[in-house]
Ligand binder design. Sequence first.
Ligand SMILES: [Zn+2]
Length: 379
Amino acid sequence: MTKPLDATVWTRREVLGVLGLGAVAATLPELASAEAPAFPRGAVIRTVLKDYAPEDLAGGATLFHEHLNLASDFMTRWTGYAAATRAANGIPPAAGAAAGRGTAPPPAPSGPFFMQDLELMSEEIRTAKQEGIGCLVDGGHPDMGRDFNVLRELSTRSGMPIVAGAGFYTQPFYPTEIAAMSEEQIAQAIIKQCETEPVGVFGEIGSWDDMTADERKVFRAIGKAHLATNMSIFTHTGIPGKAALEQLDLLEDAGVKPERIVIGHLGNLVDANVQVQKAICRRGAFVGFDRQGGPGDAQQVPMVMALIEAGFADRLMFSSDIAAAGQMKRNGGQGYAKTLTVFVPKLKAAGASDDMLRAIMVDNPRRFLAFVPKKQRKT
Ligand SMILES: [Zn+2]
């Protein structure tokens, strides 16, 4: 008797099997990949502690959009704004409080905000490492309350390579000065973030509903900051699919090559024909299915399979966008590795091959993140 799909959670051994990383290969990253992607000469993946050669992170999956540190009131504000925006768009409230983030996770225990508990956080991240995650990207930046030094501390304690993001998030979270700043001033402020701390990517950069004038200004500024630094960009789309193509247009018009861009949260845009997702793949950008590892997967597995069948496996990027206490293992959730331990098994059951899943989880995010720095790392 086979277990029902939703009850399938892979063990570390099963995960490493699919990733083509037997127990021995896992400790010998140079043996892990038979068909390693080629990276530009001098390319690095910049983590909070050091720059890696992209080849050195082939020993596990990279999750391109997670959260390890946020302001303690961030999710309260987020769910409040999300509920109001869904109502304004005539979209029924999501099941549970976490609108747009799939079904609500188990309720959070009382007490201090979980991300302030560095002991809990490092234990959760260590567990994800054991489950096959080789690198985590934090999608926060200062306007979301992300503290760079906390990421450094978590990386040191857990041994997990962590990439920190830079930029500005979405209209409801912008600092008030953004409205009065020019595109060039915003670009300079973003470049300053990159020079102050060794961030490794621009993200998450978003639009909340219809794109506002300020959001367009920030997207153009991110394009300028990309040209100044060479770092890649991942985005947040708010109301499902809204502004996805406009985001790509703005970044391409600013001179960013599509292969340096992930348009995010497109799993939320449920469409059997995956029209917007295909249009983005065809243009050469990545599509983010980045709230995975929960009951919402059921809607997204056929969409992912349709994109794979259309030949777009090399444009897919998976992650879980974790931001709630109830998602932590200690609180009964599936933890930071759930994209790999919960979502990927469903794709395998739907017919995706091990080689393809390995390429999506291990190679695609490294191809996305790797960049040739324009300036030497300072710290
Ligand atoms: Zn996020």
